[in-house]
Design a protein around this ligand. Structure first.
Ligand code: MIC
Ligand code: SF4
Length: 657
């Protein structure tokens, strides 16, 4: 029986466990990436672990999220990251160089390698045949130190693409179509492998759009073959030496096959407030728009920008709409300058923004209250734009550009505009001047710690019995943006006590104080949730800040992968209700108790949680390995690893909790 690409790459990197889908495996990580919003904590944790120099083939620290610098905090973080990169042997990508995933694709991604990133869209690397996985900062810190990354050996679905896309139908529509098939939940432990004759018609940046938004389905990653198209892209980047072919065996067997006829895909949109609310234009009324934002790591490639420039050329942005454009990297921006397309964008009334995450994370360009914004990004969760009651629609750059000039969200095929046929260039404008490459001399660089740089927070050991109050009860598909808002609050990422005040800010503004009051009285806090808790980002702050507030467990109908791992890493129990119906039997304020959690969970038995108000016995499952149970008992991975290394060096086991 032949093997698929995923198995080939994972087997070549296997360092612990056996390649058996569903089992836990440990893999060697070749490359890591961090960004400033998650990276500061990752590097603080890396320091706390005393790991010295990085041991990967390549680690890159990008500054792309918090580039706005309102107040001193962001720049403090950047300087800390720059000095830490120099000290630990990491490549530093300066603010202005571009969005991590776009830049990594251009300059570093390699077919057949593994990439672990402290950002959920690290999956973008799949466009080059790289296995790119998003994880919490602490997991990335461990990988930077040469440690394995543990994951569930995946089930692999083949997405067989046939035929080719029609005019006005794009890679974004392909991935929105996939979202309509797989939805945003229920795909934990799955990897999508794209194949079929239709793959050859998609450029690397188009593949990147598709691989990027696999994160919205909750799959571990998405991978494309490495073929002539990949070779051409890498050659255009002056990196032909990084190319190697990668394809599945002809008789490879998959867990499921999903066929997508590219010719049958139509232009699609995701309605508010989930990328999974996918609609065809035939199901929508034309909608007046207030704002259009083009960019983000999903759709900010050279071709995307050139397509938009060509639609805007000689036209004007509608007086009722505002258009923001953020090219994904400095390379792309530079090329738009060199070929004059920037002129067309500006002339039409586009507001050209920095090559950074910006609007995508609500850092700026928030819509008016109740406004309609059409965006080419990947997430339209409630409030993520920075305006709580705004309505964000996700669409292709083509749809967005037409919305900007017509002031209406409408089917691009009826615009009357000739379809712009833009090809990827043979050579990109390569200039690595905004990277700082580490040298051995830099290993003595002092670490710069401004007032925004604190210590990574540590948990206290978990008591033998779980005892706490249901401090909040939330519904289905709670995203990490609900738990830990970004945008204006992002600048507190390096200051957990401060950031923790905003946990569930827009869901229940009194949650944080209630938890702190319980904590002060020695009472633990428990979060109760529905299906797919922790969708979206990799931000470990969605676990770290609740941990700081004294949260001991989350009891949910189901969890998303990265968030569940982050909860364990900070010493919080992710308990899954064995019967979803039991959710209705817990109310906010109920006292919940479960004796000897470790015995039950490591034996694979359900943990019986007793509701003090009703006397109900509620069975929860959470199969924990002995190591994971020890991590939770120690109060998180940081405590667990430092205690172990102190024991190994004879300093004796103590706990900093
Ligand atoms: C996002 O798109 O939500 C982010 C901001 O890039 C996050 C990372 C973070 O919260 O810093 C992600 O996708 O992991
Ligand atoms: Fe940045 Fe948005 Fe991409 Fe996250 S999804 S990395 S915020 S551009």
């Amino acid at each position: 029986m032949g093997t698929h690409i995923v198995e080939k790459v994972l087997r070549a990197h296997l360092v612990e466990g056996d390649y058996i889908p569903g089992e836990t495996i440990g893999i060697r990580i070749d490359q890591t990436l961090t960004q400033d919003a998650t990276g500061t904590m990752a590097f603080l944790q890396f320091e706390a672990l005393g790991l010295g120099r990085v041991r990967t083939d390549l680690s890159v620290s990008y500054v792309d999220h918090n580039t706005l610098q309102v107040g001193f905090e962001n720049n403090d973080d950047h300087l800390y990251l720059q000095s830490a990169a120099a000290r630990f042997g990491v490549v530093y990508s300066r603010a202005g160089n571009g969005i991590c995933h776009q830049v990594h694709l251009e300059r570093f991604g390699k077919p057949g390698t593994t990439l672990l990133g402290a950002d959920s869209h690290t999956t973008t690397g799949g466009a080059l045949g790289q296995v790119g996985i998003g994880a919490g900062g602490l997991d990335v810190a461990v990988a930077m130190g040469g440690g394995p990354f543990f994951l569930t050996c995946p089930r692999v679905y083949l997405v067989r693409l046939i035929n080719r896309l029609s005019d006005w139908v794009t890679a974004k529509d392909v991935v929105l179509h996939m979202l309509s098939v797989l939805t945003t939940s229920g795909n934990v432990g799955v990897v999508l492998e794209y194949g079929g004759e239709g793959v050859a018609s998609l450029s690397v940046p188009e593949r990147a759009t598709i691989a990027n938004m696999g994160a919205e389905m909750g799959v571990t990653t998405s991978v494309f073959p490495s073929d002539e198209v990949t070779e051409r892209f890498l050659k255009g980047q002056g990196r032909e030496r990084d190319w190697r072919p990668l394809a599945p065996d002809n008789d490879a067997v998959y867990d499921r096959v999903i066929e997508v006829d590219l010719r049958a895909v139509e232009p699609l949109v995701s309605e508010p407030h989930s990328p999974g609310n996918v609609k065809k234009f035939s199901e929508l009324e034309p909608l007046p728009v207030d704002q259009v934002c083009i960019g983000s790591c999903t759709n900010s490639s050279y071709r995307d920008m050139m397509t938009v420039a060509s639609i805007l050329k000689g036209r004007r942005v509608h007086p009722n709409a505002s258009l923001g454009i953020a090219p994904g990297s400095r390379q792309i921006l530079q090329m738009l300058v060199e070929n004059g397309a920037l002129h067309d964008l500006i002339r039409a009334g586009g507001r050209v923004m920095e090559s950074a995450c910006g609007f995508c994370i609500g850092n700026h360009f928030s819509p008016r209250s109740g406004g309609v914004s059409v965006r080419t990004s990947n997430r339209n969760f409630e409030g993520r734009s920075g305006t709580h009651d705004a309505k964000v629609y996700l669409a292709s750059p083509e749809v967005a550009a037409i919305a900007a000039i017509t002031g209406t969200l409408s089917d691009p095929r009826s615009s009357g505009i000739p379809y712009p046929q833009i090809r990827e260039p043979d050579a990109y404008s390569v200039d690595d001047g905004m990277f700082i490459f580490p040298t051995p001399e830099m290993a003595r660089t002092p670490i710069i710690r401004g007032p925004n740089i604190g210590e990574p927070p540590r948990n206290v050991p978990m008591p033998a019995d779980l005892d706490g109050v249901a401090a909040i009860k939330v519904g289905d598909r709670i995203t990490t943006d609900h738990i830990m808002p970004a945008g204006a609050r992002l600048k507190y990422r390096s200051n957990v006590p401060k950031y923790a005040r905003y946990v569930f800010e827009h869901v229940d503004p009194r949650f944080a104080q209630r938890c702190l009051d319980n904590k002060a009285r020695g009472i633990g806090n428990i979060i109760v949730a529905g299906v797919s808790y922790g969708q979206g980002s990799s931000r470990e702050h969605a676990a770290l800040c609740p941990m700081y507030l004294g949260v001991k467990a989350v009891i949910a109908k189901s969890f998303e992968r990265i968030h569940a791992a982050n909860l364990i890493n900070v010493g919080i129990l992710p308990l899954v209700l064995r019967e979803g119906g039991a959710y209705g039997r817990i109310e906010k304020g109920d006292r919940l108790y479960a004796g000897r959690w470790r015995d039950a969970l490591t034996a694979g038995r359900p943990l019986v949680v007793v509701n003090g108000r009703t006397g109900d016995e509620i069975a929860c499952v959470c199969p924990l390995s002995d190591t994971q149970a020890a991590i939770i008992a120690a109060g998180g991975l940081l405590n667990y690893l430092t205690t172990r290394s102190k024991a190994a060096t004879g300093e004796g086991a103590e706990n900093d909790g």
